[in-house]
Design a binder for this molecule. Structure first.
Ligand code: NAD
Length: 354
């Protein structure tokens, strides 16, 4: 059979430029004609957000940001937006801040301008997530896709190296999982491969000197590509594992992704020769697993789930929660026993692929 696929590209404006966030934001708010703007930023990110928002009129600041968007936090933000008749949300921060903006947009349809300061990539997807009673629920709705994304690498200079590394590997996980996710196609695979190349170039530069912009630009560009690929391809095995771990055991998002990724890569690539070749090519090597292991070594990446809040006795329950969520598209059949073996290796931090 020839080349046959169905692909959807989400509609969104992207403005990219270091040191240009304030100018881009003022122009976008004017273009959208917004009059009642709510700005979301964490308490620690507020001072920088105030500089970026210096050219717009802000009606309401919202700084109650909590990881994984608990339902009560979303409820409070939704009530504030409704009470003030907000017509535009500007969110500046990591995936938790973007996630809160999406939670408001989901019920109100209020448009979002996202200004990301990590490499999480939520700004370029139509996926929302909420956590209630220790279970993370995600869904897809075009209402939550930010109308505009403003990327400014200068805003990420304050992101500490360890968080930059974990967040960058979270972006790399979007790329890798896009190779075998349920809607994987040649377009999202091409974007994912370019994302891996850019992240593999940018992240070592950040590790070498976190205070300069070029590595940050490559990482942000790679993070955007990774999220576009992920939004189009959907969640693969890796994301299903990390969503359960994040929601059920309150594990930190980026570090969990960074730790689990090499184990999923080593698990699947023997059964996915095309993906293995593409990923290896993007790393500039013959072997995808050694390409990722080499990058992780350079970055001194997070190694073991036991260091990030998972107890060994949680593993059997995690297997039960994850197994039904594994997509049928996964190249290798996943069983309770091989999944438990993968999680035990990731928990202990043994060398992936050996
Ligand atoms: P986060 O937003 O919780 O940020 C992590 C930490 O970094 C926070 O303490 C934050 O204050 C700090 N931080 C952020 N930017 C900074 C900067 N420039 N300088 C200094 N500190 C900074 O974590 P995250 O990893 O960005 O995002 C994780 C969340 O995003 C999870 O809830 C995850 O589920 C969600 N997510 C959603 C999607 C989607 O498509 N819906 C995609 C990826 C991630």
């Amino acid at each position: 059979m020839g080349l046959v696929f169905k692909h959807v590209t989400l509609g969104q404006r992207v403005l990219f430029g270091s040191g240009k966030a304030a100018e881009h934001l003022a122009a976008e708010v004017a273009r959208l004609g917004a009059k009642r703007v709510m700005v979301m930023a964490s308490p620690s990110g507020r001072a920088l957000a105030e500089k970026v928002a210096s050219g717009i009129k802000v009606m309401l600041w919202h700084t109650e940001i909590v990881m994984h968007v608990p339902a009560e936090t979303a409820g409070a933000a939704r009530a504030s937006a409704a009470e003030h008749d907000i017509d535009l949300i500007v969110c500046m921060g990591g995936g938790s801040t973007t996630g809160l903006a999406k939670a408001v947009a989901l019920v109100s349809g209020i448009p979002i301008i996202a200004i990301p300061t990590t490499y999480a990539g939520s700004e370029a997807t139509n996926v929302w997530g909420l956590t209630e009673a220790s279970r993370k629920t995600t869904g897809v709705d075009d209402k939550v896709l930010p109308a505009t994304v403003i990327y400014d690498a200068a805003l990420t200079l304050s992101l500490p190296v360890d968080l930059s590394v974990a967040s960058g590997l979270n972006a790399l996980a979007h790329c890798v999982d896009s190779m075998w996710a349920p809607r994987a196609d040649p377009i999202n695979q091409a974007l994912a491969a370019e994302g891996i190349r850019a992240l593999n170039q940018g992240l070592p530069l950040i590790k070498e000197d976190p205070s300069v912009v070029p590595g940050r630009e490559q990482a942000l560009y790679g993070a955007y590509l990774s999220a576009v690929a992920f939004a189009s391809a959907g969640s693969g095995m890796h994301h299903k594992i990390c969503h359960v771990l994040g929601g059920a055991y309150n594990m930190p998002h980026a570090q969990t992704h960074a730790t689990v990724l090499p184990y999923v890569l080593a698990f699947n690539t023997p059964y996915a020769p095309d993906a293995q070749a593409r990923i290896a090519g993007a790393f500039g090597t013959d072997d995808a697993v050694s390409g990722l292991n080499a990058l992780r070594e350079t970055l001194n990446a997070p190694k073991a789930l036991k260091d990030h809040g998972l107890a060994e006795e949680d593993i059997p329950e995690a297997v039960r929660l994850i197994l039904p969520a594994i997509p049928a598209s996964n190249p290798r059949q996943v069983t309770a026993s091989n999944l438990e073996e993968l999680l035990r290796a990731a928990w202990a931090g043994s060398t992936p692929g050996l």
